[in-house]
Design a protein around this ligand. Structure first.
Ligand code: AMP
Length: 292
């Protein structure tokens, strides 16, 4: 079954598919025509950051495929699964305007049919003690759904945002370990003018919180600059954490890690370093990261 939104002519060029057989027929037809297919996995509620991933997909492949699935297994009980924004009509229009071709928006049964009993457990970057320390089941849910979406969509490439840096490293690890044969493309974080990374969860911020939220990115770039200027790692990190706490953020972590393995790093040296942070501002949790 395929469905198309009726209203406007641009959106009508995007096909919305809900079942795997139709999806795979479309992908097979493109492949038979010699076209490359790039997948952008999302949970919908598209914003400018997501659309920059669609643009990256279009630069790499003739066909851009968007998946929209709010994946219950990557939310812990008490997290925002039920209240997570859902806006399919808006997403169709935005994806069409960005030049996208097909949206795969499966029902829950198409991803987790009755009796589903498989979990993909990644070690290494998924056990780095960052997001996993605060959301222990999260990356099992992410890896399992990404593996499933890869098998369903069979893309040549898949685009992931550096915004979710640990997730990007987990997906890269899984694809190498399990020989998925899919090129993983990392897309830079798209930010509002004041530096705040676009995120669906920014919608939860009050006006006062939204005004303060850019301090997270400011603290990251100030810390990265201090490290490049020779500041001691522990001093620079402690100062960044303190500045955020003084500004009213609760800091889950603010850490320097090896940019590929996410292993702890004691000092700047030959290894590439990434600063990664998660903070809470009122009821909203924000994550961000920068290269050093
Ligand atoms: P989500 O719908 O939040 O699961 O995100 C889907 C994809 O969009 C993930 O690969 C995210 O890393 C990416 N993404 C989210 N926000 C941004 C952003 N501000 N810039 C670039 N990519 C982003």
């Amino acid at each position: 079954m395929t469905a198309q939104t009726a209203s406007d002519p641009v959106a009508n060029r995007v096909v919305i598919v809900r079942d795997v057989a139709t999806l795979q027929a479309a992908v097979a037809a493109w492949r038979a025509a010699g076209e490359r297919i790039a997948l952008v996995p999302t949970m919908g509620a598209l914003h400018a950051g997501h659309l920059s991933l669609v643009a990256a997909a279009k630069r790499r492949a003739g066909r851009a495929l968007l998946s929209i699935f709010v994946n219950p297994t990557q939310f812990a009980p008490g997290e925002d699964f039920n209240s997570y924004p859902r806006s399919l009509a808006h997403d169709v229009d935005a994806f069409a305007a960005a030049g996208g071709d097909l949206i795969f928006a499966p029902e829950i049964e198409a991803v987790y049919p009755e009796g589903f009993a498989t979990t993909v457990l990644v070690g290494g970057p998924a056990k780095a003690g960052l997001e996993d320390k605060f959301r222990p089941e999260h990356f099992a849910g992410v890896a399992t759904v990404v593996a499933k979406l890869f098998q369903q969509c069979l893309p040549d490439a898949a685009i992931f945002g550096e915004k979710d840096y640990q997730q990007l490293k987990v997906v890269e690890r899984m694809v190498r370990d399990l020989d998925f044969g899919i090129e993983i493309v990392a897309a830079p974080t798209l930010r509002a003018k004041d530096g705040l990374a676009f995120s669906t969860r920014n919608e939860y911020l009050s006006a006062a919180e939204r005004a303060r939220a850019p301090l997270l990115y400011a603290a990251l770039i100030r810390c990265a600059g201090a490290l490049r200027d020779g500041a001691a790692m522990d001093v620079a990190l402690a100062s960044a954490r303190a500045s955020l706490q003084n500004a009213g953020f609760a800091v889950d972590y603010f850490e320097a890690r090896h940019a590929e393995t996410l292993a702890p790093i004691a000092a700047l040296g030959a290894a590439p370093v990434r600063l990664l942070a998660a903070v809470r501002l009122g009821a909203t949790r924000l994550i961000d990261n920068v290269a050093v």
